[in-house]
Design a protein around this ligand. Structure first.
Ligand SMILES: NC(=O)c1ccc[n+]([C@@H]2O[C@H](COP(=O)([O-])OP(=O)(O)OC[C@H]3O[C@@H](n4cnc5c(N)ncnc54)[C@H](O)[C@@H]3O)[C@@H](O)[C@H]2O)c1
Ligand SMILES: O=P(O)(O)OC[C@H](O)CO
Length: 326
């Protein structure tokens, strides 16, 4: 079996390692020629996943045509680049597993909705959950949601990607799995702000719980299932990403809380903090369907430089008191 992975960042490389651990032949497409060369000759991705020795059987390429013979494809580029990448593939009749977390700017489409437009004849699936790439690549225990509308395909892909340390749980709720991963990135920025301002662990827990209420309101309005949002790809990933500076989104928020400028921090990074791109489009999408997301609004105001961290925290704390509910 030959699996193609599109995206040689931290997560694509870690997933290549997972696939190779099960004896799959792995073709990994990466944008940067130096990443391709380093993986093929040194069996390491020093740019995005430094310090993790990779299986020598992983073959990297800069040419998407080299993935033509693969019988399943994993898409792992940042969400804003997925449409362009999919345009260069022929995935008709093949499983197309989307592993990016975000919402497309301009269209407000989830990644699976973008894929359905560009590759209508592929079997679209989503892999999402609490997964720091370094931990997965090192073989530490991890569980994910693997969602596909076709239940048998979800089960088959789960079985194909399962490893002793990597445990997919099958689901048919594609939209639910995606919404958790996209929204948690924005909420992780907010939790980072709490950390950066030294507001304490009570505040972080409150933000996770009320943030989860926002995720659930939005998800249910978009047709997600509550159990998916409360599972690995929703609450599970929210808890992980809101708890550690290993998260790029959390660390971006921490910098904002410390008074640093969003644009300067983003320009300094080669890695992606998806929440910064998702926040404004999520805000638009929520407003379009009348869903209130005050934490997301606060993150948007901060990222746009419309308010400082002290002001947005003050505004959240002075909202009218109300009953605890969704
Ligand atoms: N890193 C993780 O732990 C992790 C875990 C789960 C999901 N994800 C998701 O996976 C996706 C990829 O993140 P990552 O962490 O692997 O990336 P990364 O931050 O490690 O690297 C950035 C990636 O973006 C690629 N890139 C930049 N410009 C591009 C373009 N024009 N076209 C195509 N690719 C381009 C780079 O080549 C590189 O592979 C994101 O949606 C992220 O949310 C990441
Ligand atoms: O580093 P982050 O914030 O992109 O988070 C990585 C993964 O999405 C965690 O599941």
């Amino acid at each position: 079996m030959k699996i193609g992975i599109i995206g040689g960042g931290a997560w694509g490389t870690a997933l290549a390692q997972v696939a190779a651990a099960g004896g799959e032949i792995v073709r990994l497409w990466a944008l940067e020629p130096d990443v391709v060369a380093a993986i093929n000759t040194g069996h390491e991705n020093p740019v995005y996943l430094a310090g993790v020795p990779l299986a020598p059987s992983i073959q990297a390429t800069g040419d998407l045509a080299d993935l033509a013979g693969c019988d399943a494809l994993l898409v792992v580029t940042p969400a804003q680049h997925v449409r362009a990448m999919l345009g260069g593939l022929n995935a008709a009749g093949k499983p197309l597993v989307l592993c990016s977390k975000g919402i497309e700017a301009g269209t407000q489409l989830l990644v699976s909705e973008v894929a359905a437009e560009v590759q209508p004849d592929a079997a679209i699936a989503v892999l999402s959950g609490p997964t720091f790439a370094h931990e997965v690549a090192k073989g530490l225990p991890t569980a994910v949601t693997l969602a596909c509308a076709d239940e048998a395909m979800a089960a088959a892909l789960s079985a194909r990607l399962a490893r002793p340390h990597f445990r997919p749980y099958a689901s048919t709720d594609v939209i639910g799995a995606e919404i958790g991963g996209a929204v948690k990135n924005v909420l992780a920025i907010a939790c980072g702000v709490v950390e950066g301002r030294g507001l304490g662990l009570n505040a972080r827990a409150a933000l996770i719980a009320r943030g989860f209420a926002e995720m659930t309101r939005f998800g249910l309005a978009k047709g997600a299932r509550a159990e998916t949002l409360a599972g690995l790809s929703g609450l599970g990933d929210l808890v992980l990403t809101c708890s550690s500076t290993q998260s790029r989104n959390f660390s971006l928020g921490k910098g904002l809380g410390e008074g640093r400028d969003a644009a300067v921090m983003m320009a300094d990074r080669k890695t992606v903090a998806e929440g910064a791109f998702t926040a404004p489009v999520l805000q638009q999408a929520a407003r379009a369907i009348g869903v209130d997301m005050p934490v997301v609004d606060a993150v948007c105001a901060l990222l746009a430089g419309q308010a400082d961290a002290e002001a947005v925290v003050g505004a959240l704390l002075s909202r009218p008191l109300r009953a605890e509910s969704l």
